[in-house]
Write a protein that binds this ligand. Structure first.
Ligand code: SF4
Ligand code: SF4
Length: 527
């Protein structure tokens, strides 16, 4: 299959080398052409309504100056999220904020310290109520950095000739995944660019190869999430059929159509509508866990937050399941990519903290993901108020887990530069020492708790009842199998703390018993 793909794309590659023009990129047929007949997809303008966003941002400006209105909104956010004893059979669920309420919060000046204190406290209490103190960890794995994308902000864009290009062969995938397993990860996020040299078939095979890798003492991959170019329904179905994939994430980058057009002038990614409808195609292809995101720094962050909210509402209304995750990458410098220095929309730290807290209170039932683009300090702040998942020990250049010391990003040849270069062991120790519970849990995906079923648990605010025991079990495995002696000693003490925090004595007893089993060599128990 691979050689067929290579030969069918070789003419195009030759042409690309000869004729490096934007019209040629436009003529490149999609990586993942649609073969389904009679598909009915929603209209993009019914998902992202720019007029409504601008109107609500304008009309709520006076409200944002009224402390009583702000207090009321934050009070409502608490009431709707901190419900106890929800009767879901009566249609009672944790709820977030409306577009208007969210817009009002976004319009409050970040220098208003009274508002910020209240906002952060509300976000913290919602985070604690719904997610508890666990932080799920994962490692990204880039399988190819060939890309026809013209994204002006990205180090991997086709016009950047200063980045060496390659993709991982199946043998290299095995080595990379093995190296990731040796640092203790169980969840990987697989990513690649869009290019005929690395067709979707290669990626599909890479996923299956990665899922089978096992390394001593107990290295395995328990969940693969993916973040790859837009796919057709046809290929979503093929992805689903591998039975290896959890969440499909894709960031719109910017939801602002004109800015999107400007930043993606040619190439397959320049089609705003095709990208926006990716999550509809995922659902139609049977993938019901999807992850949204916007790259903050490309356009007005208030517009992006409201667009994320509109997108989430659309998914919820259409498929009974909002986004499984929302990612909040912030623009970072990349090698030979001057865009970073030329945008007027960079989000400073205070506004970034504000927008993360607003997302937390507006969409309380959706996990939020942070990458190593952010510094250790910023990650610590954001974990406190909303983040429930983050990458650790990440490398973004191809084949680098196997070649370099963990945390070495010195070549600068990744998609963007990283800010938190700490090894995974250090991240885990830091989390444990600061009262968090790191977790490698993959239970929901493996027990079929996905899509609507997952959402109904998350919206009852009950997901932490699963997350906490699973976090304890997976981190115990880590401490036995991979931790440094220092982390191990900090970790086992912290596990006792976590155990005593389990409110139900029966659950506590069962987890205690399972911890003993782990000590005796049993692995991979989950709730
Ligand atoms: Fe390619 Fe993605 Fe980078 Fe765009 S953002 S150039 S599509 S890797
Ligand atoms: Fe994620 Fe489910 Fe595990 Fe919680 S129990 S950490 S939601 S997989």
């Amino acid at each position: 299959m691979l050689s067929l793909q290579k030969s069918s794309s070789s003419k195009l590659i030759q042409k690309l080398n000869l004729q490096n023009s934007s019209s040629l990129y436009r003529s490149f047929s999609r990586w993942s052409p649609e073969k389904e007949k009679n598909l009915i997809l929603p209209k993009s303008s019914d998902i992202i309504n720019e007029k409504e966003i601008w109107e609500v941002l304008e009309s709520t400006k006076p409200l944002a100056k009224d402390p009583k209105v702000i207090d009321d909104i934050l009070e409502k956010a608490k009431e709707r999220s901190l419900l106890k004893g929800i009767d879901s059979s009566a249609g009672e669920f944790v709820q977030g904020l409306s577009l208007k309420e969210t817009a009002t919060l976004l319009n409050v000046d970040v220098n208003n310290s009274q508002f910020m204190d209240k906002l952060l406290n509300t976000a913290l209490s919602i985070k604690e109520r719904i997610y508890g103190n666990r932080i799920v960890l994962f490692a990204p794995l880039y399988t190819s950095n060939y890309c026809l994308g013209s994204c002006k902000y990205c180090g991997y864009r086709v016009a950047n000739k200063e980045i060496p290009r390659s993709f991982l062969s199946n043998e290299e995938i095995v080595k990379e995944v093995g190296a990731i397993q040796k640092i203790g990860h169980k969840r990987i996020l697989m990513l690649c660019g869009e290019h005929p040299k690395y067709p979707f078939e290669n990626f599909l095979e890479a996923v299956q190869v990665a899922s089978k890798v096992k390394t001593p003492p107990h290295g395995d991959v328990r969940r693969i999430n993916i973040e790859i170019p837009s796919l057709s329904v046809t290929d979503m179905k093929r992805l689903k059929a591998t039975n290896c994939v959890g969440t499909v994430a894709l960031f719109q980058e910017t939801y602002h159509r004109e800015t999107f057009k400007d930043l993606h002038p040619y190439g397959p990614k320049s089609d705003y509508d095709w990208r926006l409808l990716n999550m509809d195609r995922a659902n139609l292809g049977g993938i019901d866990d999807v992850g949204l995101g916007a790259l903050f720094g490309l356009f007005d962050y208030r517009f992006e937050v409201l667009s994320l909210l509109q997108h989430a509402i659309h998914l919820e209304n259409t498929y009974n399941s909002g986004p499984h995750t929302i990612s909040i990458p912030r623009l970072r410098p990349a090698k030979n990519t001057p865009y970073y220095g030329n945008t007027e929309y960079l989000v400073d730290d205070p506004n970034f903290i504000k927008l993360v807290a607003i997302l937390r209170v507006s969409v309380p039932y959706t996990g939020m993901i942070l990458s190593t683009r952010e510094s250790q300090k910023m990650r610590k702040t954001l974990m406190h108020i909303g983040i429930s998942q983050m990458s650790a020990g990440s490398r973004t250049n191809i084949g680098s887990y196997n070649k370099k010391n963990e945390g070495d990003d010195s070549s600068g040849e990744g998609q963007f530069t990283l800010a938190d270069l700490r090894p995974t062991d250090e991240v885990i120790r830091d989390l444990l020492e600061n009262g968090y519970l790191p977790s490698f849990c993959t239970a929901c995906y493996r027990l079929g708790r996905t899509g609507e079923e997952f959402m109904s648990i998350a919206k009852r605010g009950d997901i932490h009842n699963f997350c906490h025991p699973n976090g304890i079990l997976t981190v115990a495995e880590y401490l036995h199998d991979y931790a440094s002696p220092t982390t191990r000693s900090v970790g086992f003490d912290a596990l006792q703390r976590e155990l005593s925090n389990i409110p139900d004595p029966n659950v506590r007893k069962k987890v205690s018993k399972q911890l003993k089993q782990i000590e005796n060599g049993v692995r991979d128990m989950y709730w």
